[in-house]
Ligand binder design. Structure first.
Ligand SMILES: Cc1cc2nc3c(=O)[nH]c(=O)nc-3n(C[C@H](O)[C@H](O)[C@H](O)COP(=O)(O)O)c2cc1C
Length: 164
């Protein structure tokens, strides 16, 4: 057994391919969005999902204050939006949010889920926020944006050989 250094842990976990989401919420400070891939489905009945937020990010206090958040699952053409909400601000996206049931959401997302926070679990330098899903919408034709090894990607079309 060895000491685990942060860089090695990041690189090893980064080998796990994920989709990409933008977490969004509305608080007294206004609408806020943040790119996140630490998202998971937790329970189907009751309907629960979870996100993991760095204690240093602005989003954490916003979610605590609002007591709710939306998860927007990004489609393959939304990489510029993922960068915008990861700290590379692009003025073109300054007013990108639409509203659904009082939540800011992203049009063009593969899906979005609107949740109420039911539990916060402090875990090291992050906090997990378990949300109970109150509403969802999905575009069944959308193709997902992917993230692995620090790079964005998209699904390759199925090859002839893998087709039945
Ligand atoms: C692909 C990708 C995934 C990310 N996933 C997370 C995540 O799950 N949790 C997190 O706290 N930050 C994550 N980040 C970093 C935040 O998006 C970034 O720190 C952001 O600028 C924080 O915004 P805020 O401080 O305005 O809330 C991710 C960044 C990228 C590019």
């Amino acid at each position: 057994m060895t000491d685990i250094d942060t860089r090695s842990l990041r690189d090893a976990c980064g080998a796990f391919a994920t989709g990409v989401t933008v977490i969004s919420t509305r608080s007294a400070e206004g609408d806020h969005g943040m790119t996140a891939n630490a998202f998971m489905s937790v329970s189907l009945d009751p309907p629960l999902i979870s996100i993991s937020l760095d204690r240093k990010c602005k989003m954490l206090e916003r979610v605590r204050e609002a007591g709710r958040y939306a998860v927007n699952i990004l489609s393959s053409e939304m990489q510029p939006i993922a960068l915008h909400f990861a700290g590379k601000h692009d003025p073109a996206f300054a007013d990108i949010f639409e509203e659904r049931h009082g939540f800011p959401v992203l049009g063009g997302a593969s899906a979005f889920l609107l949740t109420e926070v039911v539990q916060e679990i402090e875990a090291g330098d992050h906090s997990l926020f378990i949300g109970r899903v109150r509403h969802l919408e999905r575009d069944p034709a959308a193709s997902p944006l992917l993230f692995c090894g620090g790079q964005f990607g998209e699904l390759a079309p199925a090859s002839m050989e893998t087709r039945p």
